[in-house]
Structure formats: C-alpha cells, structure tokens
Design a protein around this ligand. Structure first.
Ligand SMILES: Nc1ncnc2c1ncn2[C@@H]1O[C@H](COP(=O)(O)OP(=O)(O)OP(=O)(O)O)[C@@H](O)[C@H]1O
Length: 653
C-alpha cells in the first residue's frame, strides 16, 4: 500500500517537474504569462498540402479509432485534435463548449507549439515525446487557462514521431480517465498503422500476459517476414520484452519456430515462453493476402525478374570462366544446400582458384559445419578468415539463423564478459538498465565466430569453457541458465600452443575449440595467387568500372610478398584502379607502400649484383643513364635494371 502511495507521489512529482521544465522553456522563448498565443496559422493551401501528406494518419484516426470513443466522448463536451509533428492542427472532432474558434484556437492550421502557445498538452507532448496532461493553471499563457488538455504522441513503424492526439475540454472531465483514453487512442492509431503497412503480406503476432487482453491496444505486436525475422514491432512489444527487437529471429524471442507459426490456427492463442522464462499468450494473425490465392507465375523457380537478369548473365559468365579452370571439377564437389547467399558473401566455390590444399580445407570445413565439432582457423592477418567463415555459415543448414562475429581484440577486456554472456537488468552500474541477452545467446541455432580468440582475457576463457561444456549460458548477475545451440568457429593469428606455454591461454579451452584445425595459407604461399588476383580484380570491377589487368601486371602483383594478405591486395587494387584512367592498370598507378615491400625482396638481389661483380656499373650511375636512354620511363628503367620503381626514384637525379 505504502509502495502504491510512493509510486503515485513519484508520478505527481515527475509531472510537476515536466510542467516546470516547460515553463522554464517558455521563459527562454521570451513568453510572458499575459502574452497572446501566436498560432502562426497556416494558409489554406499549405494546410491542404499538409492534410494530403498525412492522409493515412488522418484516415486511420477518423475511420478506425474515433468510432470506438465516440459514445464515451459525445456527452462530455470535449474536442479531439490531431496535430502533425510540428503541432499544426490537422483536424478536430467533437463539440466543445468553448466560444468561437478564434477564441480557443483549436482549429485546422493553427500551430500549438510551446514556442508560440506556451505550455500546452500538444506542444509539450511533442517536445518531450511523451504523453502529458496539462491542467488549467498549468498552461503558461493565461489565455489558455480555460481548458484542460491531454495529449499523447503517435509514432510510426520506424519509431519516428509523426503526430499527436489530444483531447481538450473546458468542462470537468475525470482527468485520469481522459488521459488514459488519449494514450489508448494513440496506441490504437500506432497499431493500426502497423497493420495497414504489413497486414497484406506478413504474419503478425500479438501477445499479452493475459489471454482476454490479446485483442487490446496494449498488446505487443510483432511483424514477421517469411523467415521469422522481426521486421517491425509496436512500442508496447519493446517495453514488455525489455529489449531491442529489430531483425531478431522470432525463435530468439519466443520458444517457437517460424514454420510452426505458419501452421498455427489463428483462432487459437498459444502459451509461449519469452526468452526462456516469461510466459505470454500469443495469437497468430496470418497475412490477408493468403486468403486470396491467385496464381502468380513469378513464384515459379524458373522465373528471372528483369533486375535479376543482369546478375544472372554475369553469373553465367563467371561460371563459364571457371569451367576453363582445371580445378573446377574438384570444387564443384562442394554442395551448396542454401542457394540464398547474400551478395556480400563469397560463394564457397569461389574461395579458391586452383590451390588444392585450399580446396581441401574448404571442403573439410564445409562438411564439419553440419557436425557438432568446433572449428579453429589459424591464419595471418588479412588472409581472409572472416570472409571464409561468412561463406561457411551461409552455405550451412544454420544459414537462416544469425552469424554473430565477435572480434575479441576489439572489445575492451572489462566488457568482453558482459558482451558475450549478457547481463541481468541492473546487474552492474553503467549497464543499460534493460539488461542484455549477450552475443552467445544471440547466436542461438546459428554460428558464433570468435575472431582473435587468443586475445580473450583468462577469466572470460574459463566462463567460455563452461558454456562449451555445459551448453548453457548464465548472464552476469543472474542465477538463471539458458540452453544454447551454437556452431563455434574461432580464429587467431597467434600460435595458441605458445600462448598456452606462456600461460596466456587455457589448454583445456584450446582442446574444446580446436575440433577441426584449419591453417589458412598466407596469400604469398598460395598456388592460385595469380587466379585469385584476377578474381578479386573482377569482383572489384563489378562494384565500380575499372581498368583491365595485363598479364605483366598480374606477374608483378604475384611477386609481391603481401604481408597484409588479401586485405592488402584489395587495398592496392582499389587504389590502383582509382588512379588509372587508362584502359590498363600500370605499375605507376599502384600506391608507394606496394613498392616498399617489393623493395625488401629486390634489395638483396641488387646488393648481390652490384657487390659481387664490381666491374658492373654502380646502381647510382646505372639508373640515371637508363632513365635518359628510356626517355624518363620509370617502368622500363626498373625492368632493365632489375630493380623496383621505388629504387629507380631513389637513384634518379
Ligand atoms: N577469398 C577472398 N576473396 C576476395 N577477397 C577476399 C577474400 N578473402 C579476403 N578478402 C579481402 O580481404 C579483406 C580481409 O579479409 P578478412 O577480414 O576475412 O581477413 P582476416 O583473416 O579475418 O583478417 P584479421 O585476422 O585481420 O581479422 C576482406 O575485407 C576482403 O576485401
């Protein structure tokens, strides 16, 4: 009882503070209690345009919402006002008792902003983004103190504030009642907006703790796409579930799969657990479109849409290119169960271009993806470990679920634990008070990729070990356990065995994560280097048109030691292609750092040539002479002297 009283006092105090804040703002705006409101009334034409822009909001309010409230409100001499996000009145309904429109100002085109009209329900709700009731004397301008206003903002499906609903009256209305009603009306408009945007083609779930309230406006609403991804939700859903729901799969929120939802009768509410513990009643509302089954031949597998046609042709060309590749035969043994690979994911078959050892390890990893065996990838930085993992995930049976990639080196040590395992509401100061599900649970039924696992702090290693042994996660500050089903892939560019010897990595964890050990070769060691260079060049050219690659250029690129591996190659190609306006990429288009690395190789050769045979012309003379001979052509000079372009620059006078 005491609690309830305290709560009410808090609410009152909070309300007082908000009114006070608003009065302070009004003073800052230069308003005086005696000022007349300035409604900056819009001209008729502009108001008509505004009404046009807000047609769906107006229609939804007028046709879908007001009828429910008409009976209740018709006796109470109040006015319902819909305003846009700047406070311009779009329309009003009802019979006020207040004098003429000029006197009370609640007419189409008038702007009820705080700046012009002082503290008022519409303007203050818009500034604070929250519902508010403004009593007679709480209005800043005396001129407005004849009425009481209750307003509640309306948010669209993208969570942008789109307008505000207000009930104003000069009569005595039971205040809590009116306030509650306007909040309900705005919720109801928001829900209607969601239904009109998604109802045709999407499954919608409504949920509530109580079965009889399932159809009420305060139920949570989730909109799902074909695969069960949450594409929209009302504000209630996020408040009730206390988490960000955007783009989660429904099975990460409720203990149900999309295919079960698709087959569940809409008239029968289900009892489901949210996040493994909170019980809700859930109702399935199937897409309206399903009822009207009309043939649509575009659904057939052999239909190619005009926009796909182009990529289709490109794919055929890529395949044709590959047929001439002698290793294509063995690569084609990689079956791809999921043909829906996003554009930014490299298909498994394109991860190698003739290097049998890479082909073998791609095949092994692909197979192991379907087994309960963790994968550990070792490779130099930039060798393509993450690209490889993405490709593996999207070609596995887990592709419909999330791939959660965590770079253990990028998260501050003190946050790794909470990021991975999640935390309970208020588990520690500084944490969002909502609590967090954590990355491991986010990867439930999908793939968890722990990059740079060698950087993981020891304390976190012990917790991770427990998760892998027991297959449950316990969030920080919680005693609850949550079962998880994850495919674990880890990667490192350190030698973990050395880390173990030096006491920085747990041996038992090493054995847990290294079911299949993969050594992804550095670019310079790959037998398919030249083909890979051509492939990457082609891929980049698909993003943006660029120059051709000559065989000489491929040779030059293939000679490079590539300490930054694929990442460095992509960078060099991108810079070179941007610099070249000619049709062919030439060496002078390439960035300087490319030649610095090449120099390291050539330098020892140069030293040998010029030191062993003293009779040879010294390099500081040879280069200027050749430059004159080749009329300043750096490439030809470099070629003739057997040195890099950078060396030519160094000795050019
Ligand atoms: N097989 C590939 N085909 C085309 N491009 C690739 C390939 N592998 C890697 N790349 C390019 O190299 C870049 C780096 O790759 P990735 O991030 O996978 O390397 P990494 O080994 O995970 O690096 P790090 O150890 O530094 O995290 C990618 O962004 C991409 O541009």
């Amino acid at each position: 009882m005491q609690d309830e009283k305290e709560k009410q006092q808090d609410v009152k105090q909070n309300h007082k503070d908000r009114i006070q804040d608003s009065w302070y703002r009004c003073e800052q705006f230069g308003l005086d209690h005696a000022s007349r409101p300035d409604f900056a009334t819009l001209q008729k034409g502009i108001l008509n345009d505004l009404v046009d822009q807000h047609r769906s909001l107006l229609e939804t309010t007028e046709n879908e919402v007001l009828p429910y409230y008409e009976n209740i409100l018709s006796n109470s001499a109040c006015m319902i006002v819909l305003a846009d996000r700047q406070g311009h009145v779009l329309n009003t309904w009802g019979q006020p008792r207040f004098g003429s429109a000029e006197e009370h100002g609640l007419i189409g085109g008038n702007q009820w902003s705080e700046m012009g009209a002082g503290t008022n329900a519409i303007g203050t709700a818009l500034i604070t983004g929250e519902a508010i009731q403004v009593g007679r004397d709480e209005h800043f301008l005396r001129a407005n103190r004849f009425m009481v206003g209750s307003a509640s903002p309306i948010y669209n499906t993208k969570n942008d504030l789109v307008g505000v609903l207000d009930i104003s009256s000069d009569a005595y209305l039971p205040q809590d009642h009116t306030f509650g009603m306007v909040k309900l009306m705005s919720l109801s408009v928001e829900n209607r907006l969601i239904f009109s945007a998604f109802q045709q083609e999407h499954f919608i779930l409504s949920f509530n703790t109580n079965v009889v309230s399932l159809d009420s406006h305060w139920s949570g609403i989730l909109v799902l796409d074909e695969n069960g991804i949450i594409v929209s939700a009302n504000r209630r859903a996020e408040v009730v579930l206390a988490r960000d729901l955007a783009l989660l799969n429904i099975n990460q929120v409720f203990d149900i799969e999309m295919r079960e939802i698709k087959h569940h009768p809409s008239s029968l509410p289900m009892k489901l657990l949210a996040m493994g513990r909170y019980q809700f009643y859930v109702k399935v509302i199937p897409p309206v479109q399903q009822i009207m089954r009309v043939p649509d031949f575009r659904q057939r597998a052999d239909y190619v849409s005009p926009s796909q046609l182009e990529t289709h042709v490109e794919n055929i060309v890529t395949v044709a290119d590959k047929v001439s590749n002698s290793v294509e035969k063995s690569t084609s043994s990689i079956k791809t169960p999921s043909p829906v690979v996003p554009d930014n994911v490299i298909p498994l078959a394109e991860l190698q271009h003739g290097d049998e050892s890479v082909e073998r390890l791609v095949r092994q990893a692909h197979k192991i993806m379907e087994k309960d065996i963790p994968i550990l990838i070792h490779g130099e930085t930039g060798a393509g470990k993450e690209i490889f993992v993405r490709s593996l995930h999207y070609h596995s049976s887990r592709s419909k679920e999330m791939l959660v990639a965590v770079n253990c080196a990028a998260i501050p040590a003190e946050l790794v634990e909470s990021e991975l395992f999640g935390y309970e509401k208020g588990a520690f100061t500084g944490a969002q008070n909502k609590g967090s599900i954590g990355l491991i649970r986010r990867a439930h039924r999908g793939t968890l990729f722990l990059d740079e696992i060698g950087e993981m702090p020891m304390a976190v290693q012990s917790r991770l070990l427990r998760v892998l042994q027991e297959r449950v996660v316990t969030p920080l500050g919680s005693t609850e356990v949550y079962p998880v089903d994850i495919k674990l892939i880890s990667a490192t560019n350190r030698t973990l065995k050395t880390e173990i010897k030096e006491g920085r990595f747990r041996q038992d964890l090493y054995y847990r994560i290294s079911g299949l050990n993969i050594e992804l070769p550095a670019l310079r060691e790959r037998k398919d280097k030249a083909e890979l260079i051509k492939y990457l060049h082609n891929r980049l050219r698909k993003e943006e048109p660029g120059p051709d690659l000559s065989e000489d250029m491929v040779d030059l690129l293939a000679k490079h030691p590539w300490p930054g591996n694929m990442r460095q190659l992509a960078h060099v190609l991108k810079v070179g292609m941007a610099m070249a306006d000619e049709e062919i990429l030439e060496d002078w288009h390439l960035p300087d750092d490319f030649f610095e690395d090449l120099d390291v190789i050539h330098h020892s050769d140069e030293m040998q040539i010029h030191q062993v045979d003293n009779s040879e012309e010294p390099i500081e003379k040879l280069i200027p002479r050749l430059l004159i001979e080749y009329k300043g052509n750096v490439s030809k000079t470099a070629k003739k002297a057997g040195v890099s372009r950078n060396t030519v620059y160094k000795y050019a006078k």
